[in-house]
Write a protein that binds this ligand. Structure first.
Ligand code: DTR
Ligand code: ZN
Ligand code: ZN
Length: 586
């Protein structure tokens, strides 16, 4: 159960110094504190269960991955919840995603399968399998000795001997795309780039270049062994069979965007969570958890007695897992003026990790240095402070997590929009210090289910959700509501003086000389039939002080009205409210 938190701004009371009972009712201004709106982790878990069910119902078709029925069903659920709240306009923001799928990907040399042969993202495939094709090295490679293997960065590294062959080059010095283009211009039939360090290469050629030859990758050991085999064979060709089947397709998908009907559209407060998942698993923590949290926050906002002051816009992002595409396309679709109107963006991607940390996106780099090249827009640190201040005030330990750009806030920081958010961890290993703060297990990934079939509802940590969801709600309240001016009034500006039977004198300072203030007096919870609350005006003297006397809501009957009273003073730039109590026979 989350701890209740209210962040009390200055609530002004001036208990009368009359011969009266002091401590009359403190009269909170309409909104003088920020709260977590009583939004709980349990509320989010109900949505999480629904989203988990949807993912599992579509397990055979890629769960909630982009362009799947599961993503569509999850979108419909999110839309249903938001529309049911009655406070949001909900739309689909469609965009096109270039996708690439692979069929058979194989390479054998003299009949021996090359086990680490793999794809290069955005590289072309083979129109037809290459069979009994010579595998060769660049013939005149200026970098050869430097990198250990031939690099094939330039067409001039090749000769006619390489035409029509499968060329083998090593990673390094130039981009993968440059190597493929150089080999294509040299007339090769395909190019294999092998790694310069152990492990899979996992590379991309960058933008697709239609007409280039097939490109693929291998790991270091196998690539080196093949290079040695080619060198040892001398003039005897080493023959290989190579197939890379691939299809490029532009698919249409969407983000779900929900914005409050109320609130200043020139002061938009955005928050987001990606709705898509990976095809390998149900993606309950990554990132149904963030989505469920936002749905609970939306319902919390909708249940508030006050309309939001600033428009709240929620982005449920598509195609995050294939490159932050939905959020990037969304921000790119905005005009400069529309971007100017977005005052903040809060990102929620993984908030229920099994071996969690309570992580804030470290917008000020206080815990984790900001990586080189990452832009941190002004105002981001203040957004993080919303979370750290909240956690500190409820005694909840927290840590900064890397402001890496590895989620949907990347597009916002690239466009100068302040950002922070929450994160409970993915593939990082939990430290002993973190165990001290949050429990869990050191030496194990913060979420060992990350991007696997085990990212299930059962493996989401409910305690983490119980901490993170109220924090999300509190942050939403902070950005959505401007505290009532009364919270900003200067306590020294108001005083109340006992005039005994003559009533109560109220003094307001720091006014402009000659300024007129309007005041109203109401009796707390009591009314005199037929009598409207007493009211009047007072004018500031040359020192900027206005003084007036109140005698109950019915001046003729002040002695008969013991109890609490409220004096509201409208000073133009602030609303001042003071309370006092008439005790006994007054
Ligand atoms: N990119 C998210 C997970 C994620 C968000 N922040 C981090 C930081 C480090 C690793 C992963 C993440 C995703 O996979 O959806
Ligand atoms: Zn994610
Ligand atoms: Zn992910």
């Amino acid at each position: 159960m989350s701890k209740r938190f209210t962040h009390s701004a200055l609530a002004v009371t001036a208990a009368a110094a009359l011969g009266l009972a002091t401590g009359g009712p403190v009269l909170a201004a309409p909104i003088s504190v920020h709260t977590d709106m009583d939004v709980t982790g349990e509320a989010a878990l109900a949505h999480l269960q629904e989203l988990s069910d949807i993912s599992l119902d579509h397990a055979d078709a890629g769960y909630r991955a982009v362009d799947t029925p599961g993503y569509k069903a999850a979108s419909e659920y999110v839309e249903k919840v938001l529309e049911a709240s009655g406070k949001f306009d909900v739309t689909r923001d469609t965009f096109t995603v270039p996708t690439q799928t692979f069929g058979e990907v194989s390479f054998s040399v003299e009949g021996e399968a090359q086990e680490t042969f793999s794809t290069l993202s955005n590289a072309e495939g083979t129109d037809a399998p290459l069979t009994d094709t010579a595998v060769t090295l660049p013939t005149d490679d200026a970098y050869g000795d430097k990198a250990g293997g031939e690099l094939g960065c330039e067409t001039g590294d090749y000769s006619d001997a390489n035409a029509g062959t499968i060329v083998l080059v090593q990673r390094g010095v130039c981009a993968f795309g440059e190597k493929v283009t150089a080999a294509t211009e040299a007339g090769a039939a395909a190019v294999i780039i092998y790694n310069h360090s152990p492990g899979a290469l996992n590379g991309t050629v960058g933008d697709r270049v239609e007409g280039n030859i097939a490109g693929a990758s291998m790991e270091l050991a196998e690539g080196d062994a093949l290079r040695e085999q080619i060198l040892a064979a001398g003039d005897t060709p080493v023959l290989g069979d190579l197939t890379v089947e691939t299809t490029f397709e532009d698919i249409e998908t969407w983000n779900v965007i929900a914005e409050t009907k109320a609130g200043d559209p020139d002061d938009v407060q955005m928050m987001g969570a990606h709705l898509d998942g990976v095809a390998e698993g149900p993606g309950v923590n990554d990132n149904a958890s963030g989505v469920a949290g936002l749905l609970a926050v939306a319902e919390g906002l909708a249940a508030q007695p006050h309309d939001v002051d600033n428009q709240v816009r929620m982005g449920f992002w598509g195609a995050e897992e294939i490159g932050l595409v939905g959020s990037t396309e969304y921000v790119a679709s905005l005009s400069d003026e529309e971007k100017e109107r977005i005052s903040s963006y809060l990102n929620y991607d993984m908030i229920g990790s099994e071996n969690y940390v309570i992580g804030t996106l470290d917008s000020d780099g206080s815990d984790v240095p900001i990586p080189d090249g990452v832009n941190v827009p002004e105002g981001s640190a203040e957004l993080e402070e919303i979370f750290t201040g909240y956690f500190d005030s409820i005694g909840q330990p927290h840590v900064g997590t890397e402001f890496s750009g590895r989620s949907d806030y990347q597009a916002f920081i690239d466009n100068g929009i302040p950002v922070s958010g929450l994160f409970t961890g993915a593939d990082a290993i939990k430290t002993e210090e973190e165990v001290e703060l949050f429990g869990g297990t050191a030496g194990v990934q913060q979420d060992r289910n990350y991007h696997t079939i085990d990212d299930t509802y059962e493996n989401v940590d409910q305690e983490a959700m119980g901490i993170m969801v109220p924090a999300m709600a509190y942050a939403a309240h902070v950005v959505a509501y401007d505290l009532d001016p009364v919270a900003s009034v200067d306590r020294d500006r108001v005083s109340v003086k006992d005039l005994k039977k003559s009533g109560v004198e109220v003094t307001v300072t720091n006014l402009e000389p000659g300024q007129t203030v309007d005041w109203t007096l109401t009796a707390d919870g009591r009314t005199k039939p037929g009598k409207s609350p007493a009211s009047g005006t007072a004018t500031a003297d040359e020192s900027g002080t206005a003084t007036f006397t109140v005698k109950g809501i019915d001046p003729s009957a002040v002695r008969g009205l013991p109890g609490g009273y409220t004096v509201s003073v409208d000073t133009g730039d602030t609303a001042v409210e003071v309370g006092f109590t008439v005790g006994g026979k007054g």
